[in-house]
Design a protein. Structure first.
Length: 337
């Protein structure tokens, strides 16, 4: 009972791993002692049994001899027989004393065996207690390991949760960006449709103005040919010569005006996007309406000049004919149309 608390105090003073080692070593020592005591007990019991059997045989043989001697004494009543009887009695007393001694020795041995049995039971109880202590120590170690594993798993779970929340936040941001891009796309599509309609209107206006300008240049060219045909043979005055001088270059460049009109007609099949980009390149400040209005205004001035020249040709000789603007210049400026 005193060894148990002292052993527990010693175990409590050591760390867990050393406790396990000490408990296992003590268990092995106790088991070894238990085996030694058990073997001693077996050998001692066997020896005692042999001795008891030998004593019992000897007692039996002595009893038989005593009976024989008694019979002989009863038959032979003589001095010699009395002496022998005394001798036999003394031997019998010695044998009885020896028997008593052996009986006491057997009792002592039995008491010793009982004591050994009690010691063996105590050792077994100690072994059971040590085993229980070892099991408890292992359970404590296992619980600590499980706690460490649980903490590691919780840390991993927290990291995974943070990563998952980060992914969800990124997905929400991407969805918001997608919605914004869809809204911008809708706005840009609406602006594109408006610009497309506006470009169609401007193209129609531009084509109509170019058509009118080409027709006006053609009429101006025919009238100028007629006027020059009337004035060239007579050679009257410096004003007529000046009119012929102004008309001669126009006669030279008139076919180019017709070519410009034809090219403009042929290029109507160009896509609106390309035309819009070229108009933006031609417009200095990016205002296509101003470019178209300026073109129409210039063509109106050219038409006014043509009307004025026609009026002069019908009224007779007069001041020099104003120089009609060259269609090729407008073609070069509006080459992208």
């Amino acid at each position: 009972q005193q060894a148990g608390p002292s052993l527990r105090q010693k175990l409590s003073d050591f760390p867990v791993e050393e406790k396990e080692k000490l408990a296992e070593a003590e268990i092995r020592i106790l088991q070894k002692q238990f085996r030694i005591v058990a073997e001693k007990r077996k050998s001692y019991i066997a020896n005692m049994r042999h001795k008891i059997q030998a004593q019992e045989k000897e007692i039996k043989s002595l009893t038989e001899e005593h009976q024989k001697e008694s019979l002989m004494l009863s038959q032979l009543i003589s001095l010699r027989n009395e002496m022998l009887d005394d001798k036999i009695c003394m031997e019998l007393q010695c044998l009885l004393q020896t028997k008593y001694q052996y009986d006491s020795l057997i009792r002592d041995r039995k008491a010793l065996l009982a004591d050994l049995n009690n010691q063996i039971l105590e050792l077994e109880k100690k072994v059971v207690r040590q085993n229980q202590i070892a099991v408890n120590v292992k359970q404590v170690n296992c619980s600590k390991r499980l706690q460490k594993k649980i903490e590691a798993l919780e840390t991993h779970l927290n990291n995974v949760t943070v990563h998952f929340n980060t992914i969800l936040t990124g997905n929400n941001k991407l969805q918001e960006e997608i919605e914004n891009l869809r809204t911008q796309k809708a706005v840009l599509d609406n602006s594109y449709m408006k610009l497309h309609k506006k470009l169609d209107q401007q193209m129609r206006r531009m084509n109509a103005a170019i058509e009118q300008s080409a027709q006006a240049h053609k009429q101006w060219y025919v009238a100028l040919q007629t006027l020059c045909g009337k004035l060239a043979p007579t050679g009257e005055g410096s004003a007529k010569g000046s009119l012929w001088g102004h008309a001669q270059p126009r006669l030279y460049f008139s076919p180019s005006a017709l070519k410009v009109a034809q090219r403009v007609k042929q290029r109507q099949s160009v896509s609106h996007e390309v035309a819009y980009r070229r108009l933006m390149e031609l417009a200095e400040d990016g205002d296509i309406d101003r470019l178209v209005n300026g073109f129409i205004e210039r063509e109106g001035k050219n038409l006014s000049c043509f009307s004025y020249a026609t009026k002069l040709s019908s009224d007779g000789p007069g001041p020099a004919l104003p120089a009609a603007p060259h269609p090729g210049r407008h073609h070069r400026r509006h080459r992208g149309l």
